[in-house]
Structures are given as C-alpha cells and as structure tokens.
Design a binder for this molecule. Sequence first.
Ligand code: ADP
Ligand code: ADP
Ligand code: ZN
Length: 214
Amino acid sequence: MKIIMLGAPGAGKGTQAKQIAAKYEIPHISTGDIFRANIKNGTELGKKAKTYMDQGALVPDELTCDLVMDRIQQEDCKNGFVLDGFPRTIPQAEALDAALTKIGQTMDYAIDVDVPDENIVNRMGGRRACLNCGATYHVVFNPTKVEGKCDACGSDTVLRDDDKPETVQKRLSVYHDQTQPLIDYYQKQGILKSVDGTQPMDQVFDAIVAILGA
Ligand code: ADP
Ligand code: ADP
Ligand code: ZN
C-alpha cells in the first residue's frame, strides 16, 4: 500500500502516518524528519535545508526529490510506504509519478487531513518535538508523562524553531500557494480521500482505517 499524507503544517499528518506505518507494517517516510536528522548530524544537505526551513520556506525540489526517490527504492519499501510531507509541490508530485511509472507502479491513496487555518495556530504553538527520536507531543492534546521529557526516549522535548508564530503564518501561506494545488492533482488521479482532521486523533485514525481497510 503506497500512501501520501496531505494537509497543512500541523494538521496531524505525522501523528497519523506513524500509526498507519505501525498498523500496515510499512515504512513512514517524513522529509521533515530526514532534513532535521541531517541538520542534527551537520551534513551538507542539513546545512542547505536549514536556511530554508528556518524561514518557513520550502527546501528546493532539487534537494528534496532525489532523496525521496532513493528512499522509496530501498528494500523495506517493496510492500509500500507512507509519505509524510512529500510531495509538497506539483513538480515533486510529477517527479514521484515519473519514478513510479518507470517501475510500473502508481500511488494508491492520497489522504488529505483537513484542518482549517484557525486550528493550525494552536496545534503548532502547542507542539513539542523530541529531536532525538522524532516523537511528537502536544501540551494539551497529547502531553508527555513528565513535562518536557520524551516518553519514548527521555530526551528533552522542544518547541521547533519553525513552530514559532511568525514562521507558522509563513508556512501556512506557502502551504496554500504551493501544496494545496496537490489536492486537485490527486483528485484528478482519482486517489484523493479526505478526512476531518479537527476530530480527536483516534477518530481521525478510525476514519483513515475505514478508507484503507482493516
Ligand atoms: P510539518 O510536519 O509541520 O508540516 P515538516 O516536518 O513536514 O513540517 O517540514 C518542516 C520543513 O521542512 C518545511 O517547512 C520545509 O521547509 C521542509 N520540508 C519538508 N518536506 C519538504 C518537501 N517535500 N519539500 C520542500 N521542503 C520540505
Ligand atoms: P503535521 O505532521 O501535519 O505537521 P503533527 O502530526 O506533528 O502534524 O501534529 C501537529 C500537532 O498537533 C502535534 O502537537 C500533535 O500532537 C497535535 N495533533 C495531531 N493530531 C491532532 C488531533 N487530531 N487533535 C489535536 N491535536 C492533534
Ligand atoms: Zn524521544
């Protein structure tokens, strides 16, 4: 099963993608997580990506596409994968389609987690991330057991630099300009499914399972 998660920053793509990956036993591929791991490890890619991410801008397609194409051709992706945060532009979607066509495959589902902008600002302000293991929490909706410490690995949880209010507004406008057109793109391909992302997390997941099959 090959799945794309669509939705605004903070809509809950990562939260749902992790659960989908666990239930359907497919890898969760998050371009944001890959970039953050590169930043943490001080790689050349990380240095380049950081300048864009800090401003709430998208990392250029040239730096993003090859990375994902390599990743989805690895052995663990042969039964499918869930893409979280990719594609984010029409050229990225076209690159993905072209790479899959070459190997005689197509994507199965594009799931749009629909959350209006008003809710997004609260979601992102309350998001706390573990930079060690990638776990995500929310101070109100999904708090850690011990304040400021990751449940999974015990490291500190932080407010991401790009989750500060100034950057969130910028990311939302980038989303509307560059990523939202993908909804139409996948609608035309006949693989778009929408879920109401304002529901509690487990209800959103139930709605997704109803689409993908139990
Ligand atoms: P969120 O989950 O809040 O939407 P992500 O972790 O997916 O955030 O992405 C964080 C940042 O990483 C983005 O704002 C962008 O700068 C960069 N990024 C992630 N995925 C992509 C992509 N597919 N194309 C370009 N930039 C990306
Ligand atoms: P995305 O990957 O789309 O940027 P996340 O999965 O990181 O979004 O979720 C953004 C924030 O909102 C996190 O703090 C997460 O714990 C919280 N969150 C996710 N889904 C829900 C939900 N259905 N209701 C309330 N909060 C949620
Ligand atoms: Zn952790």
